[in-house]
Design a protein around this ligand. Structure first.
Ligand code: ADP
Ligand code: MG
Length: 251
């Protein structure tokens, strides 16, 4: 097994409040790894620490054999580690096409000007990405006016623009209807397969988690209390006690 991403002893506090305590997780090449845990468990914070959006107090992050602790987010993206955000992160006034085009222009290290858009820059690759996420028909629509589920598809295309090998998705189905969730997960699985990606994702829907994860890690109050195969997570006494057994319907 080849480890592509690893945190060691990750620790993060916000003004004395410990959000992530001594978390060491690893991601094996090609796996679909879910991070679960109640609201406030530290899932998003852990993502932010991995992708450089937050600085670690102590501990380290290693990506494909390289220590990326303290590396700024845009450099981490360039190395092949991309993410989506829990909250929608697109240019709402630009078209769908332009959103992806801008992501490609940024990847290539060019600055973009509005006059560049609409021109030939990266048109083929933009179309290819829109095709991949199923948004070709909406290419000329204003991004902010898309249905929520489609905005999430657009975010996926933007994340894929950097040609990542590892993709981090923070609650990719949050706010979606059941039907949208089913579609979104199908799409994520297809893309993961087609592009040979390694996936780390957080997800509140246990049906989704147990449906696609090869491995599940459980965070509780900032601590990693379990990491292992889906069959085993349900059997774990501590997980049952602190999480799956809680009465918020997550189990
Ligand atoms: P999750 O994604 O699992 O719901 P988060 O990582 O968003 O949890 O948050 C973990 C804890 O850290 C929460 O108690 C949250 O309020 C706190 N937290 C997250 N970000 C900040 C911040 N920038 N400043 C202060 N507290 C934060
Ligand atoms: Mg979160």
């Amino acid at each position: 097994m080849e480890t592509v991403l690893e945190t060691k002893g990750a620790f993060k506090a916000f003004e004395g409040f410990v959000a992530i305590r001594d978390v060491s997780i690893d991601l094996e090449k090609g796996e679909k790894h879910a991070i679960i845990g109640p609201n406030g468990a530290g899932k998003t914070t852990l993502f932010n620490l991995i992708t450089g959006h937050l600085e670690l107090d102590s501990g380290s992050v290693n990506f494909e054999g390289r220590d990326i602790t303290g590396t700024p987010p845009h450099r981490i993206v360039k190395l092949g580690l991309a993410r989506s955000f829990q909250r929608i992160n697109i240019y709402p006034r630009m078209t769908v096409f332009e959103n992806v085009q801008v992501a490609l222009i940024a990847r290539d290290g060019r600055s973009f000007h509005l006059f560049t858009l609409g021109h030939s820059l990266n048109r083929d690759e933009t179309a290819e990405l829109l095709e991949l996420v199923g948004l070709m028909a909406e290419a000329e629509e204003v991004a902010g006016e898309l249905a929520y589920g489609k905005q999430k598809q657009l975010e996926l295309a933007i994340a894929l623009a950097s040609h990542p090998r590892v993709l981090l998705l923070d609650e990719p189905t949050a706010g979606m209807s059941t039907a949208e969730t089913v579609e979104a997960i199908k799409l994520i699985e297809e893309i993961t397969e087609a592009r040979g990606l390694t996936l780390l994702f957080t997800e509140h829907d246990m049906g989704v988690v147990f449906g696609i994860a090869d491995r599940i890690s459980v965070l509780h109050h900032g601590e990693l209390i379990f990491s292992g195969e889906p069959d085993r997570v349900k059997e774990d006494a501590e997980v049952r006690r602190v999480y799956l057994g809680e009465s918020h319907g997550a189990a």
